[in-house]
Design a protein. Structure first.
Length: 310
């Protein structure tokens, strides 16, 4: 069971290319309106990253950083003023020629309906240097640079795939350093094989009537061991996590399918609709039927907003 892939898929993580920078000497740009989680990958040259409240960080070719949504920050060579720029996906050229630095920006957004998330549990700044991440995403960074510099047939398809690969590779490289920030979050399970096995069972069969005792028995540990190690790793008890994951799956199905509430309830482990409705209402503050209606209306408004002639 690939837990990370499962959570990224259900939580609807998707990336899009943002601003691309080609810079010479004496350049800087302020980026404060970034949609979603922002990744900057330095494909050539170097740059200084400045985030309020932190020491400036020098980035070299091959370095990648990840910042939370809406984080104001500046990129530059440390010698110029910082005019603001909108992150509209355009190529911007800064400084005096020749070009010495190239940076690719990627924005990642998540499905707000899903509470089991990876990106929102990361620290305020994730930095993976070229010397650490070379084995993980060096090739992807180079491919990004080549595709953007020399577009060819199906470049869009290649870029879309690379955007997804970049996130996975960055997480792999960062997690390989065993950062203390992962403890007490969903990613904490990676450091504990017992918790990981328990999560795999939950994800493989969320409809099973799991208890701490049955999970512990299935992975051949004591109930006390699992009760202690599970919340220490991810910050939740097995029962709380099981309920949260079931509700995440249910919310996505209610919004994206025409399955009946009865079918969805059974799929996520509830033998009766009333029991499922009570659990869902506690999680989302509204009944499954009301949630589905609200999601449908929101989708219709979004469709009308982008329809021709408006």
């Amino acid at each position: 069971m690939d837990l990370l892939a499962d959570v990224l898929s259900v939580s609807g993580v998707r990336g899009t290319l943002g601003t691309r920078i080609e810079a010479g000497d004496s350049w800087a740009v302020a980026l404060g309106d970034c949609p979603g989680t922002t990744m900057h990958a330095v494909t050539s040259g170097s740059a200084w990253l400045t985030v309020p409240g932190r020491e400036p960080l020098e980035l070299a070719a091959g370095d990648v950083v990840l910042l939370p949504p809406g984080t104001p920050h500046t990129l530059g060579d440390g010698r110029a003023v910082t005019p603001p720029h909108r992150n509209d996906g355009a190529l911007i050229r800064l400084g005096t020629p020749p070009v010495r630095t190239r940076i690719v920006t990627i924005h990642y957004v998540c499905d707000p309906a899903v509470r089991t998330q990876v990106l929102t549990r990361l620290p305020d700044l994730v930095h993976v240097g070229a010397e650490v991440g070379a084995a993980c995403f060096d090739d992807a960074v180079r491919m990004l640079g080549r595709e953007l510099a020399n577009p060819q047939i199906a470049t869009t398809a290649v870029l879309n795939s690379l955007v997804d690969i970049m996130l996975i590779q960055l997480l792999r490289a960062w997690l390989a350093t065993r950062p203390p920030e992962q403890r007490g979050t969903w990613l904490g399970m990676l450091d504990d094989p017992i918790v990981r096995q328990a999560l795999e069972l939950i994800h493989q069969n969320p409809a099973e009537q799991w208890t701490t005792a049955t999970l512990a028995s299935a992975i051949a540990v004591s109930r006390a061991t699992l009760s202690r190690r599970f919340p220490a790793a991810i910050g939740q008890s097995p029962a709380a996590y099981l309920t949260q994951w079931r509700m995440d799956l249910a919310a996505v199905r209610l919004r994206d399918t025409h399955e009946s509430v009865e079918t969805i309830a059974a799929t996520v482990g509830y033998g009766s609709v009333p029991a499922f409705s009570r659990a869902f209402t506690r999680a989302y503050g509204m009944s499954p039927g009301r949630y589905r209606t609200k999601a449908f209306r929101q989708a219709m408004r979004q469709t009308n907003d982008v329809s021709p002639g408006r």
